[in-house]
Design a protein around this ligand. Structure first.
Ligand SMILES: Nc1ncnc2c1ncn2[C@@H]1O[C@H](COP(=O)(O)OP(=O)(O)O)[C@@H](O)[C@H]1O
Ligand SMILES: O=P(O)(O)OC[C@H]1O[C@](O)(COP(=O)(O)O)[C@@H](O)[C@@H]1O
Ligand SMILES: [Mg+2]
Length: 328
């Protein structure tokens, strides 16, 4: 056990995700379990720079496991991208006698945490919290499962009206550079086509496929489009393009947007967050740093930040095949 660690700071950074509160709660309670002090930092790295800290004990995180968002708030901090900002942040950690940091966020957060940890030789452990599921070395990120359930609930409703009016709906889902939300929600909601950033289907193939669907007797269709898809058109342009080329369809667009980031976390996300928080405190006490705590094949694992950020997370080809077969 690392006796030098007596006080741990925890923060949430980047896009918020359902289950972040459960992860904070877990870090706080695991710290209390090991008789360590715990302090929360408001608004991610920006709050570290501005010295916005709050003492957190085991009871202070009651009624948080079920709440969406993050009570510590989140931010995207430009100041942390510069050395002067990070120096201020380090000075505030020292002033508050903090010995180690747990950063809950996505790839950007881990990039900042790596730079900071190395610059000041400061122990940092990450917990993957993002709806995008775009972190290498963990099968799931906190918030992803909840977001998927939110998306399929929404698409089920769109399907009702799509089929009543025989319409073609383009539904845009989140995932800046990652198709996990689109691919999995598309299969779960029975989409005809799924457009993801990892694969460029091309507009000609899309039109051909939609024509085939029509011929096979489909009267309404749902196309799930990841916001970062590579087809080279935004969702409005894509809708116009399909409408112009396939006049037999009546095309509508729904952008699901930030509803995907809200809501009470699913049981899966709450359990995942609880496990990863305990794993983060265990790792720090074990003298580990510059690692992310993730889950692989149901087991909690430790993954170097470099791998989590830079490793190529490939889209699951088997899922693409299943999606193709389901939309015959
Ligand atoms: N290269 C970097 N150097 C320092 N800080 C960074 C760097 N990249 C990201 N960060 C910090 O991490 C924050 C969160 O990253 P962002 O990409 O917005 O979200 P996420 O962590 O969810 O991917 C950024 O606002 C910034 O403060
Ligand atoms: O809330 P914002 O700033 O509009 O960001 C939207 C982005 O955040 C996400 O929801 C989550 O991304 P991060 O976890 O990398 O922040 C993306 O899917 C989406 O592109
Ligand atoms: Mg990110």
């Amino acid at each position: 056990m690392n006796k030098e660690i007596k006080k741990i700071a925890v923060l949430t950074s980047g896009g918020d995700a359902p289950g972040m509160n459960a992860a904070i709660r877990s870090v706080v309670r695991a710290s209390a379990y090991h008789q360590l002090e715990c302090v929360g930092v408001y608004r991610g790295f920006q709050g570290m720079i501005e010295g916005e800290f709050v003492d957190l004990d085991a009871r202070s995180v009651k009624n948080t496991v079920n709440r969406g968002g993050t009570f510590l708030k989140s931010a995207r901090s430009k100041d942390f991208m510069h050395k002067e900002g990070r120096e201020k942040a380090y000075a505030n950690l020292k002033k508050n006698n903090v010995d180690a940091l747990v950063a809950i966020g996505g790839d950007g957060t881990f990039t900042g945490a790596t730079i900071f940890g190395k610059e000041f030789n400061f122990p940092v452990v990450g917990i993957p919290g993002t709806i995008d599921n775009d972190i290498n070395g963990t099968d799931f990120t906190i918030g992803y499962d909840t977001a998927l359930n939110t998306v399929i609930e929404a698409i089920d409703k769109i399907r009702d009206t799509a089929s009543s009016h025989d319409r073609l709906f383009l539904v845009e889902v989140m995932g800046r550079d990652a198709g996990d939300i689109a691919l999995n929600s598309g299969i779960g909601a029975g989409a005809e086509e799924i457009l993801i950033p990892e694969e460029d289907m091309g507009t000609d193939r899309l039109l051909e496929s939609l024509k085939r669907s029509r011929k096979s007797g489909k009267t309404s269709s749902i196309i799930v489009v990841a916001e970062g898809d590579q087809i080279g058109k935004n969702i409005g342009q894509l809708a116009d393009f399909i409408q112009t080329n396939l006049t037999e369809y009546e095309v509508k667009v729904t952008v699901l947007g930030h509803i995907q980031r809200g809501g009470s976390p699913s049981c899966y996300d709450r359990v995942l967050a609880s496990r990863l928080g305990v794993g983060a405190v265990d790792a720090l006490l074990d003298g580990k740093s510059h690692i992310m705590i993730g889950v692989q094949h149901k087991k909690v694992v430790q993954v170097p930040f470099e791998f989590a950020i830079n490793g190529e997370k490939e889209i699951d080809k088997e899922l693409i095949r299943v999606a193709d077969i389901m939309s015959i």
